[in-house]
Design a protein around this ligand. Structure first.
Ligand SMILES: Nc1ncnc2c1ncn2[C@@H]1O[C@H](COP(=O)(O)OP(=O)(O)OP(=O)(O)O)[C@@H](O)[C@H]1O
Ligand SMILES: [Mg+2]
Length: 310
C-alpha cells in the first residue's frame, strides 16, 4: 500500500447535482492533506464517500488499503472522524468524555489513563480535565473533540472544517495544538477548510475543489504561485523540443510543461500573455483549444477570501 488515501475518478450525484465529479488524488501516509474549496464544492461529500457513509455514483477509493464501499467497517475502525458534530457529551467532564470513548474502543483502564493524559497535555487541557464540557469555549471543545478522534490511535483522521466558527485567535491556537497532536504520531490527516491561510499553515499538500471538480493538487507554495500567475493551457500538435526551449526563453514565462498534446505555460506575476498564441501559430503549431487556467482558480480564492474576511 503506497498511499493512505487514494481516489480514482470518484463521483457522487444527488439527482441533477454532481456534488463530486471525477475526483482523483492520493494522500501520502503521515501527511496533512488539505481539501480547500468554497461552500457547496463537495468537501463533506468526499469525506462521507471515503468513510463509506455514501455510495459513489462512479469511480472508487481506497483508505489504508480498504475499499470504503465494501469494507466500510474496516475503514471506520482504522480512522477517526470529526464531522459536523463534536460527539462530546456536554454534561460530562472532559475526562469522562474521553474515558467513555476509550471504553467504546476497548482500551484497558491503564491505556485510557495514559493516552488521555498524553493527548490532553498536548492540547493544553489536562489541568482542566475535571471541568464539565458545557461551559467550555468552542475552541476548547474542538481541541477536546480532536483528542477524542485520536484516542484509539487511528491511522487516518478526517477533520471537516475543524476551525469553522472559531474566532481568529482561537483558530490560530487550535492549529498550533493540532500540529502538536498529530506531528510525530504518524497519523494521516485529511482536513477540509475554506481558509487558505489554514491550508498553508497546516498542510503539505492541498487539493482545490470547485463545483465538485478537483482543479488542482499541489504544495501550498505551488498554490501560491498559481494564485499569482496566469496559466495558459494549449491543446494542439506540432510542439517540438526546440519550440519548448524557445518558449522558455521568452519574457514573462515561469514554466513550460508538455504532456501529450497539452502544453501548460505558467506566466510570472503580471506578465503579458497575449503574444503567445500568435507566436505558436507562427511556429507551425496546430492549435485546437486554448484555456486560461487562472480564472477558475482565481474564482475559488475570491470566494474563499470573502469568507476569510468575515
Ligand atoms: N444528502 C444530500 N442530498 C442532496 N444534495 C446534497 C446532499 N449532500 C450534499 N448535497 C449537495 O452536494 C453539493 C456539495 O455539498 P457538500 O456538503 O459536499 O459541500 P461542502 O464543500 O462540504 O460545503 P460547505 O463548505 O458548505 O460545508 C451541494 O450542492 C449540496 O447541496
Ligand atoms: Mg461541508
Amino acid at each position: 500500500m503506497d498511499y493512505a488515501i487514494q481516489t480514482k475518478k470518484i463521483s457522487k450525484s444527488f439527482g441533477q447535482i454532481k456534488a463530486v465529479d471525477q475526483v482523483s488524488f492520493e494522500v501520502q501516509p503521515g501527511t496533512i492533506f488539505g481539501f480547500l474549496g468554497p461552500n457547496g464544492s463537495g468537501k463533506t461529500t468526499t469525506i462521507r464517500l471515503l468513510l463509506g457513509l455514501l455510495e459513489p455514483t462512479e469511480g472508487s477509493s481506497n483508505v489504508m488499503g480498504f475499499d470504503p464501499l465494501s469494507e466500510g467497517q474496516k475503514v471506520r475502525e482504522n480512522c477517526g472522524a470529526l464531522l459536523e458534530h463534536t460527539g462530546l457529551y456536554e454534561r460530562l467532564t472532559a475526562l469522562e468524555n474521553l474515558d467513555f470513548y476509550g471504553r467504546v474502543w476497548h482500551l484497558s483502564s491503564e491505556e485510557r489513563k495514559n493516552r488521555i493524559k498524553e493527548l490532553l497535555e498536548k492540547v493544553d487541557l489536562y489541568n482542566r480535565r475535571d471541568e464539565i464540557v458545557k461551559g467550555w469555549s468552542r475552541g476548547m471543545k474542538q481541541k477536546l473533540a480532536v483528542s477524542r478522534v485520536m484516542l484509539h490511535r487511528p491511522k487516518v483522521i478526517f477533520l471537516d472544517e475543524p476551525t469553522a466558527g472559531l474566532d481568529p485567535v482561537a483558530s490560530s491556537a487550535f492549529r498550533d495544538d493540532l500540529l502538536n497532536l498529530v506531528q510525530h504520531s504518524g497519523v494521516t490527516v485529511f482536513l477540509t477548510t475554506h481558509n487558505l491561510t489554514e491550508a498553508e499553515k497546516l498542510c503539505q499538500q492541498v487539493g482545490v475543489i470547485k463545483n465538485g471538480k478537483l482543479i488542482m493538487v499541489g504544495s501550498p507554495d505551488e498554490l501560491k504561485l498559481l494564485k499569482r500567475s496566469a496559466v495558459t493551457e494549449i491543446v494542439g500538435s506540432g510542439f517540438t523540443d526546440g519550440l519548448i526551449t524557445s518558449i522558455n526563453q521568452l519574457r514573462g514565462i515561469e514554466s513550460v510543461v508538455l504532456q501529450d498534446h497539452h502544453l501548460r505555460i505558467t506566466f510570472t506575476e503580471g506578465a503579458d500573455s497575449s503574444f503567445l498564441v500568435p507566436f505558436l501559430v507562427q511556429q507551425g503549431v496546430l492549435i485546437e483549444e486554448v484555456r486560461k487556467g487562472k480564472a477558475s482558480l482565481e474564482d475559488v480564492f475570491l470566494t474563499m477570501m470573502e469568507e476569510e474576511n468575515d
